[in-house]
Design a protein around this ligand. Structure first.
Ligand SMILES: Cc1cc2nc3c(=O)[nH]c(=O)nc-3n(C[C@H](O)[C@H](O)[C@H](O)COP(=O)(O)O)c2cc1C
Length: 184
């Protein structure tokens, strides 16, 4: 079993990271994590090269994700909420998924993707809601052949209670591990 984690937090020991530690300690198989703030992945500029070519014009760390994405079993999107959304850097990385859309729409490339399970982990200080970020994450996962979703797990009071001390969120993340492992 192979699980890809897309992490949108810039904080290496922050709230998202603490929940990801819990997730990873319960996950079977291989886990590959991309940290959007530290990966060498530039945003899509809609150059449209992939409308006519079977590759992205930009060669960077996204090549690693292009290799993993079709065949991995699980994808987890984990992010702080910034202005009610996923973080900008995570959206930058995810903008490169436009390659798949253009491949299908303009070149008729079927791009066989293994059906996957998916999950979303969000943290926030406590402003607004996580609904928009969760919806964006779900939309992205749907484009990546995620067919089975765990309900989003949200720790949304981190200004007062660090996510690591949020027992409901920790239980939610453990439930994600079981779901992805196929034991729940
Ligand atoms: C630019 C910015 C925007 C933010 N917007 C929100 C928000 O809309 N809602 C919210 O609850 N928290 C918001 N926060 C707070 C973070 O989501 C919160 O501190 C989170 O726990 C950080 O997670 P991390 O430690 O994993 O990076 C914002 C923080 C920053 C820096």
């Amino acid at each position: 079993m192979k699980t890809l984690i897309l992490n949108g937090s810039p904080r290496k020991h922050g709230d998202t990271a603490s929940l990801l530690d819990i997730l990873k300690s319960g996950l079977d198989g291989e886990v590959i994590q991309t940290d959007a703030y530290f990966a060498n992945i530039s945003p899509c500029t809609d150059c449209r090269f992939c409308r006519t070519h079977a590759r992205c014009a930009v060669s960077d760390d996204m090549d690693i994700l292009y290799d993993i994405l079709p065949d991995c079993d699980n994808i987890v999107i984990a992010s702080p909420i910034y202005f009610s959304e996923l973080t900008g850097r995570l959206l930058d990385v995810c903008s490169r998924l436009q390659y798949y859309y253009n491949s299908r729409f303009f070149r008729g490339d079927k791009l066989p993707f293994k059906p996957k399970k998916g999950a979303v982990i969000l943290v926030g200080g406590g402003d607004g809601s996580g609904e928009r970020a969760a919806e964006t994450a779900r939309c992205l996962l749907s484009h990546l052949a995620v067919k089975e979703f765990h309900p989003p797990v949200l720790s949304h009071n981190t200004n007062r209670l660090p996510a690591v001390d949020d027992t409901a969120a920790a239980d939610g993340v453990k439930s994600i591990s079981l779901f992805l492992n196929g034991s729940a």
